[in-house]
Design a protein around this ligand. Structure first.
Ligand code: SF4
Ligand code: SF4
Length: 483
C-alpha cells in the first residue's frame, strides 16, 4: 500500500502509516500502577454514579425528554445553559493547562480511549496469553483452539461493551427503567439505538482501532503541539545520557537472565547508558520508539519509563534515562536540577498563568452563578389580539399571559402584584400555585383608571415573589395600553 505523504521544505511528512497489530509487552512499575489506579477510579465513577439516588430519583440524569439536567440537589433547565457552557469552558481550560504544563497526561491516564483499550488488552492477555503468545496465535492457522480463544475474548469484549452502552444511555434515561425494559424487549427505538451504537463504538474503538485513534483520529493529538513549548514536561528520552547506544548482544534476546548478564557486562563500555534492549519500544501501546524524539503518537503513558527504569536498575545505572522532562531541562540538566521542579517551573510561565487566570475566572463565575441562581423564571406576554378594553366601571383593562417556571423540585405558591399607571391592579386571584419543576402559563387581566392627559403605552412592572419556601422574587416589565 502506498503511503500518502507530502514534502515541505525537503522534509518527508507522513499523514498515515499502516502498521500491523500491536501486541505490547506488559510491564510493571509506578506509571503502570498509576494507570491502573486511574482505570479503577474512572470506571467506578462511570459505572457507579448512575446508580446513586437523590431525593427518590437518579442523582445524575440528563433528562432530554423533560429538558432537565439533574445533578444531585441541583436541577438545571435550558435557561441554565450558561452554567453548562461554563462547565465545558472550565474542562477545556483545565485540559489546555495540563497539556501546556505536563503534555498529554489526560491521554495517557484518563482518556476513555486509553482506559478502555487498557481494559480490553487486559482481557486479551488473560485469555490469549502474553505478547508472544498473542502474536503466535494471530499467525496460527484457524483451528479449534484459535476459535475457542478468540471467541471467548470477543464474547467478553462484547459483554463489557454492551454494559458500557447501557451505562452511558443510563445517564439519559433512568438506568433502572432502562434495565427493566431490556428484559421484556420493550426498549424504546432511540434508547435501543443508542445502547447498541455505544456498545458497538466501545467494542470497535477499544478492541480494534486502539492506538490508531490516538495517532490518526483524535484531533487533540494534532493540535497539542501548539500548546507545547520548551518548558512543557513530556515523556522524553535523555539522548545526551543514552547515546551512543551500546549494541544489543545476541545473548540479550535469548532469556531474561542471560539478557541481564549481558546488559551488566555491557556497562564496562564507556558509551551511553542505553543498552538498545528495545524494551521501551516493546511495551509502548502506540508502537513508537521514544528515542526518536517527541512524536504525536505518544500519549505520555509512561510505560516506557517503567521498562527503562527496570533495565537501568539491572545494569546498575541511575534510573530516568527516559523520564518526564522538558526540552529545557534536557538541554541543561545541571541548571534545571538546581532550580525549581519542572512542573512548578512549567506553571510559573506566562502561558500557563494565562490558563490559570482563565480557569480561576470561569470557576469563580460558575460558583457565583450557582449561588445567585433564582429557581424561578417569569415571562410576560401581552395579548396582541385585544389591545385594550373598557370595563363597565370605566376602567381600562389589558390582558397578559404570565409564564411561570418553577425550577424547584417542590410545588410553590407565587404572589403577583403590578405597579403601573393610575392604580394598576390585578383583576382576579393574585396568588398562583405552580407544580414542582413545571412551566405554568397564567392568563391575567390588569385594570387601571383612565387619567386625563395620559394615553398610549405606559410601563407596567409585574413583581412575582414566593409566598412560601425560600425567598424568591423577580420583576418583569411590559407595557399597559391606555386609550
Ligand atoms: S513512547 Fe512511552 S509514553 Fe509514549 S506512548 Fe509509548 S510507552 Fe507511552
Ligand atoms: S528501555 Fe532504555 S535501555 Fe532499553 S532501549 Fe529503551 S532507552 Fe535504551
Amino acid at each position: 500500500m502506498q503511503t500518502p505523504t507530502t514534502r515541505a521544505q525537503g522534509a518527508r511528512v507522513e499523514f498515515y502509516r499502516k502498521t500491523g497489530k500491536i501486541h505490547p509487552r506488559s510491564v510493571s512499575g509506578r506509571y503502570d500502577s498509576l494507570r491502573w489506579a486511574m482505570v479503577w477510579i474512572t470506571q467506578i465513577v462511570f459505572y457507579g454514579t448512575c446508580w446513586l439516588s437523590w431525593d427518590g430519583r437518579q442523582a445524575v440524569l440528563f433528562d432530554i425528554a423533560e429538558r432537565k439536567f439533574y445533578l444531585f440537589g441541583l436541577v438545571l433547565w435550558p435557561q441554565d445553559a450558561m452554567l453548562l457552557a461554563l462547565l465545558l469552558m472550565i474542562s477545556a481550560t483545565a485540559l489546555f493547562l495540563v497539556t501546556a504544563v505536563a503534555g498529554r497526561l489526560f491521554c495517557g491516564f484518563a482518556c476513555p480511549q486509553t482506559v478502555y483499550t487498557a481494559i480490553f488488552r487486559w482481557v486479551e492477555e488473560r485469555v490469549e496469553g502474553d505478547h508472544i503468545a498473542r502474536m503466535r496465535l494471530d499467525q496460527a492457522p484457524l483451528g479449534l483452539r484459535k476459535i475457542a480463544l478468540k471467541g471467548t475474548k470477543h464474547a467478553i469484549w462484547l459483554a463489557i461493551a454492551l454494559w458500557t452502552g447501557i451505562t452511558f444511555v443510563g445517564y439519559f434515561t433512568p438506568i433502572s427503567e432502562l434495565l427493566w425494559n431490556l428484559g421484556p424487549g420493550e426498549l424504546g427505538p432511540w434508547e435501543g439505538f443508542w445502547v447498541f451504537f455505544y456498545a458497538a463504538f466501545a467494542y470497535l474503538q477499544a478492541g480494534f482501532a486502539r492506538e490508531m485513534v490516538c495517532a490518526h483520529m483524535c484531533p487533540y493529538s494534532r493540535f497539542q503541539g501548539v500548546m507545547f513549548d520548551r518548558d512543557t514536561v513530556t515523556v522524553s528520552y535523555d539522548s545526551a545520557r543514552g547515546e551512543p547506544r551500546k549494541l544489543r548482544s545476541q545473548a540479550a534476546s535469548r532469556s531474561t537472565s542471560a539478557a541481564t548478564a549481558s546488559l551488566i557486562q555491557n556497562t564496562a563500555s564507556p558509551r551511553g547508558d542505553c543498552v538498545d534492549c528495545s524494551l521501551c519500544v516493546q511495551v509502548c501501546p502506540t508502537g513508537i520508539d521514544i528515542r526518536d524524539g517527541l512524536q504525536h503518537q505518544c500519549i505520555d503513558c509512561g510505560l516506557c519509563i517503567d521498562a527503562c527504569d527496570e533495565v537501568m536498575i539491572r545494569v546498575a545505572r541511575p534510573t530516568g534515562l527516559i523520564r518526564f522532562a522538558s526540552e529545557r531541562e534536557l538541554a541543561a540538566p545541571a541548571a534545571s536540577s538546581a532550580s525549581t521542579s519542572p512542573i512548578l517551573a512549567g506553571l510559573l510561565r506566562p502561558r500557563a498563568m494565562v490558563y490559570v487566570g482563565f480557569l480561576a475566572a470561569f470557576t469563580v463565575t460558575g460558583i457565583w452563578l450557582v449561588a445567585e441562581r433564582i429557581p424561578l423564571q417569569v415571562d410576560v406576554l401581552r395579548d396582541r389580539n385585544a389591545l385594550l378594553r373598557e370595563a363597565t366601571d370605566g376602567s381600562i383593562e389589558n390582558t397578559y399571559t404570565l409564564k411561570l417556571v418553577n425550577m424547584l423540585e417542590a410545588p410553590r405558591a407565587f404572589r403577583i402584584r403590578v405597579e403601573g399607571p393610575a392604580g394598576a391592579r390585578i383583576v382576579g386571584a393574585d396568588t398562583i400555585q405552580v407544580a414542582s419543576g413545571s412551566v405554568l402559563p397564567v392568563p391575567m387581566t390588569v385594570a387601571a383608571d383612565p387619567v386625563a392627559g395620559l394615553s398610549g403605552a405606559q410601563e407596567i412592572r409585574f413583581h412575582v415573589e414566593a409566598a412560601d419556601g425560600p425567598p424568591t422574587a423577580i420583576t418583569e416589565r411590559s407595557a399597559f395600553l391606555l386609550p
